[in-house]
Design a protein around this ligand. Structure first.
Ligand code: SAH
Ligand code: SF4
Ligand code: F3S
Length: 440
């Protein structure tokens, strides 16, 4: 073959998949693959898929359909399917789409290099095991040439919560936490390469209970240890479950300045009846009290959440309770979804809410959230925030960064990526803020 082999990865779904895609690119990099942005010149196409809602899953099959002419033209093009659809459907993907060469589930990425070799030799492989070993132990270290000033770092994976609507416990498996020393070592390595902000990832990140010095560590302890890493300026974590928000973690928000004042804490619904049917194991009131305690520790905490509308059995009154909860919390940001029945989950057995009703509720809810989001941004005007610059903006001399509250901020400055500066916010646009340097 002439020149290095080229790898095109498309990532769907959550941040965990973004992290996994980077690690897979590194694993295949060790096998001589270099990344390409264009599918046309790729030797291997890897689709890192998401199974969370029906639409997300369907994207895989429509994208595979679109690859058919390319594969017909170049039969030596190798096509791999990774991620949560790979885990959920396994060998079925090969049956439905014979152009696929390999199917690899999220817990088997350390086997990807061997599977890629097999694919090059014309052999099809499927691996959707949940092996005992930590997949990250077998992936190569991140390459020296750094990257962006922000990075994801997976600390925990999988979920034991089994919310009635959700596929994650099936696709990602049981909750597993990585040992604290490995995480700290990986964080140090990232900082050496120029990373200033790390977002700790887990499907239930605040349930983290990795082994460390002196026994089991909580996420709070891990955060406090990471805060001691010189050069690491900001720590975030996502996604959290309300029932795992420990007192020590809440306290850390009040005490650890490197822990950013933005918290994604999905609640899904504001109706206790629906929360019960969802098997969320908390009430709306408990969630609201929890947020009060968080805001007592960190009064400027920017709250974010996830909502599902049209869960089976949701009445107008249930929906009103969700709207009420959103008003009570006042979110800086929130994601909302129409319920999607997922095969194999308990809720999928129940009669659905009519699509028109669910659509209308979603619109109403999104209007409320958009209003809160705009108001939270507008409230930043005139304030001074810290901004971590990430990359040049579209305009001459402009840099784009993120505030402590995770707002995108546009500033005209000669500051390099990775610099943190105090910025006075002067204007709010629909999806970003603008400001001027206030001093370093
Ligand atoms: N572990 C995280 C994220 C799970 S998936 C958590 O517990 O919050 C991200 C979001 O997708 C969920 O919070 C939920 O709002 C949404 N979601 C999950 N399953 C869904 C389904 N079947 N239909 C619609 N939305 C769903
Ligand atoms: Fe899914 Fe619930 Fe687990 Fe979140 S907590 S990943 S919504 S089962
Ligand atoms: Fe999707 Fe899997 Fe993440 S289902 S949201 S890619 S954990």
């Amino acid at each position: 073959m002439s020149g290095p082999k080229k790898l095109f990865i498309k990532t769907y779904g959550c941040q965990m998949n973004v992290y996994d895609s980077e690690r897979m690119a590194e694993a295949l990099g060790a096998e001589g693959y270099v990344a390409t942005d264009t599918v046309e010149d790729a030797d291997m196409v890897l689709l890192n898929t998401c199974h969370i809602r029906e639409k997300a899953s369907e994207k895989l099959y429509s994208d595979l359909g679109r690859l058919r002419p390319l594969k017909a033209e170049r039969p030596d093009l190798r096509i791999g399917v990774a991620g949560c659809v790979a885990q959920a459907e396994g060998a079925e993907i090969l049956r439905r789409m014979p152009l696929v060469d390999l199917v690899v589930g999220p817990q088997s990425y350390h086997r990807l290099p061997a599977m890629a070799k097999a694919a090059e030799a014309g052999e099809k492989t499927v691996d959707t095991d949940f092996p005992e070993e930590d997949k990250f132990d077998h992936l190569p270290e991140r390459p020296k040439a750094a990257v962006r000033p922000t990075a994801f770092l997976t600390v925990q994976e999988g979920c034991d919560k089994f919310c009635a609507f959700c596929v994650v416990p099936y696709t990602r498996g049981a909750e597993v936490s990585r040992p604290a020393d490995r995480i700290i070592a990986e964080a140090r390595g990232l900082v050496e390469k120029g990373v200033r902000e790390i977002t700790l990832l887990g499907q239930n990140v605040n349930a983290y209970h990795g082994g460390g010095e002196g026994g089991d560590w909580t996420l709070a302890r891990l955060v406090r240890a990471l805060a001691k890493v010189d050069g690491l300026e900001r720590i975030r974590y996502t996604t959290s479950h309300p029932n795992d928000m420990g007192d020590d973690l809440i306290a850390a928000h009040g005490e650890e300045p490197k822990l950013m004042p933005y918290l994604h804490l999905p609640v899904q619904s504001g109706s206790d009846r629906i929360l019960k049917a969802m098997a969320r194991k908390h009430t709306a009131e408990q969630y609201l009290r929890l947020i009060e305690r968080i805001r007592a520790a960190r009064p400027d905490m920017m709250m974010s959440g996830d909502f599902i509308v049209g869960f089976p059995g949701e009445t107008d009154a249930d929906f009103d309770a969700t709207m009420e909860l959103i008003r009570a919390v006042n979110y800086g940001m929130a994601y909302s979804f129409k319920y999607s029945a997922r095969p194999g989950t308990p809720a999928a057995e129940k009669p659905p809410v009519a699509a028109e009703i669910a659509d209308a509720r979603l619109q109403t809810l999104q209007a409320l959230i958009t209003g809160q989001q705009r108001a939270a941004q507008a409230a930043m005007v005139g304030r001074e925030v810290s901004v971590l610059f990430e990359k040049p903006g579209r305009l001459e001399g402009q840099m784009i960064g993120k505030s402590d509250y995770l707002h995108a901020v546009h500033v005209v400055t000669d500051a390099a990526p990775g610099t943190i500066a105090r910025v006075r916010i002067s204007a709010s646009a629909p999806n970003s803020l603008a400001g001027q340097i206030a001093g370093r």
